[in-house]
Design a binder for this molecule. Structure first.
Ligand code: PMP
Length: 462
């Protein structure tokens, strides 16, 4: 495409912007859709086409688009103090108040906050400091990390190493293969034949126990898990799984890192899912995305008192903990997060999740009327619809058919944005969604699947 009829932004983008997670072939054919502005549940492109945002930007714009209160808080902070570092002994008011607020809102004794630039750097921080913690305790052999297939933990080199989604590693080098060990995904849809959910839970916990024995608990620092797997296909673990994994970790002196980048700040109807939904308190909790409702890049790794007691004892030259980012505790990002938290509280947003979330899940069950819908799953405002070429045998569509991508394209034509990952169509709308908007989202997806089913099935059979 020569792009002569396109905007200057479109051309600048095509010529110079290397997009994350983008297929260069289709990109070369179509370029980008330039998004222009947003209002509550709606997002509009530069040509004036509006869409219902069914994915909250990328699991993050929990309070919806165009929130003036957040923009004002950011603007005021930028005008007052746009940036100064927080290394050594300087701080800023939004960072300090946000750290206290997070300590109050996180469960148990998770009272100590390390600010990062997003989820990947928070996961890197968690692992780096977990290693440091065990070094300080005189257990330097504790280095290995248990993660899970299908888990997504980010794109920095180590966060990518933690990530267990196979396709993401294609063509890249894998580092730390001696350190990171992946356990089975808690994927109830694709659990071994003949197992019920309770047996599958036993199977997963037994597998972890066996792996710990094989590797030696004395060599394992931490286990990392998302409460509900997100980018891996919205996989909800069998009941009791997280609690039992947390007990297993505790018995073996292995730190439990809960990656709540997606599940934190209300997506499952609570501040955090670990304790309120899954009945355990992790040793390290990771958050990003919804913390600022996506308005500014920010993440945090939040540590327990027990870990803080150890890592805060001075050591080495100058007694300094030598870890940190230029933008740790960035005042504008922290102001956006503080304002977002205030709005979550004032507007009782999570109560809306507990109302519209079950409604979304219930309505989505209706999609099983389509032959290509193999599984509908999720919890509250986090949902996935897995497409299959054959429902009885659970046979997947070949990746080159891009089945979920085709459904996404048709849904977009119908005015709603969902997200294709592998063969699963994902939804994670802003938490302010109404029941009517849930209807609009599900009706459009239903229609999109209806419209493309025949074509996909005949291509699969060819
Ligand atoms: N963990 C999880 C569970 C995520 O979903 C993501 C991002 N989608 C990350 C970590 C990485 O966060 P970021 O892209 O902000 O680095």
């Amino acid at each position: 495409m020569d792009g002569t009829s396109k905007s200057d932004s479109w051309r600048a983008d095509r010529d110079h912007f290397i997009h994350p997670y983008t297929d260069f072939t289709t990109f070369a054919e179509t370029g980008s859709q330039v998004m222009s502005h947003g209002d509550a549940m709606m997002i509009t492109d530069e040509d004036g086409r509006s869409y219902l945002d069914g994915i909250a930007g990328l699991w993050c714009v929990n309070l919806g688009h165009g929130r003036r209160e957040i923009a004002s808080a950011m603007g005021e902070q930028a005008a007052r103090l746009g940036y100064f570092n927080t290394f050594g002994h300087s701080t800023n008011t939004p960072a300090a108040l946000l750290a206290r607020k997070l300590a109050e809102r996180t469960p148990g004794d998770l009272n100590h906050v390390f600010f990062t630039t997003g989820g990947s750097t928070a996961n890197d921080t968690a692992v780096r400091l977990a290693h440091y913690y065990f070094n300080r305790l005189g257990k330097p052999a504790k280095k290995k990390i248990l993660s899970r297939h299908n888990g997504y933990h980010g794109s920095t080199y180590f966060a990518a190493a933690l990530t267990g989604i196979h396709g993401i590693h294609y063509g890249f080098d894998r580092i730390a293969e001696d350190i990171v060990h992946h356990l089975s995904a808690a994927d109830c849809f694709r659990r071994p034949d003949g197992m019920d959910e309770a047996q599958f839970c036993d199977f997963l916990v037994d597998e972890a126990r066996y792996r710990i024995m094989q590797l030696g608990a004395e060599n394992i620092a931490a286990f990392i898990a998302e409460p509900v797997m997100g980018a891996g296909g919205v996989l909800v673990a069998p009941e009791g799984y997280h609690r039992r994994m947390a007990d297993l970790c505790r018995e073996n002196d292995i730190l439990y890192i809960a990656d709540e980048v997606v599940t934190g700040f209300g997506r499952l109807g609570h501040w955090f899912a670990s304790e309120d939904r899954f009945a355990h308190v992790p040793d390290i909790l990771i958050t990003a995305k919804g913390i600022s409702s996506g308005y500014c890049p920010i993440g945090a790794a939040i540590f327990s008192d027990r870990i803080h007691e150890v890592i805060s004892v001075p050591q080495g030259p100058g007694g300094v903990l030598t870890h940190g980012f230029t933008y740790s505790g960035h005042p504008v990002s922290c102001a956006a997060a503080l304002k977002s938290i205030e709005l979550y509280e004032q507007e009782d947003v999570f109560a809306n999740v507990l109302d519209t979330g079950p409604y979304l899940q219930e309505r989505l069950q209706g999609l099983t009327r389509h032959e290509i819908v193999g599984d509908v799953r999720g919890e509250q405002l986090m949902a996935g619809v897995e497409l299959v070429a054959n429902r009885a045998s659970k046979t997947s569509f070949a990746p080159e058919l891009a089945a979920a991508e085709i459904v996404f394209g048709r849904a977009r034509e119908l005015g709603v944005i969902v997200r294709p990952v592998g063969n699963t169509v994902i939804m994670s709308p802003p938490l302010i969604i109404s029941r009517e908007q849930v209807d609009k989202l599900v009706d459009a997806l239903d229609q999109a699947i209806e419209d493309v089913s025949g074509q996909l099935l005949s291509q699969a059979a060819a």
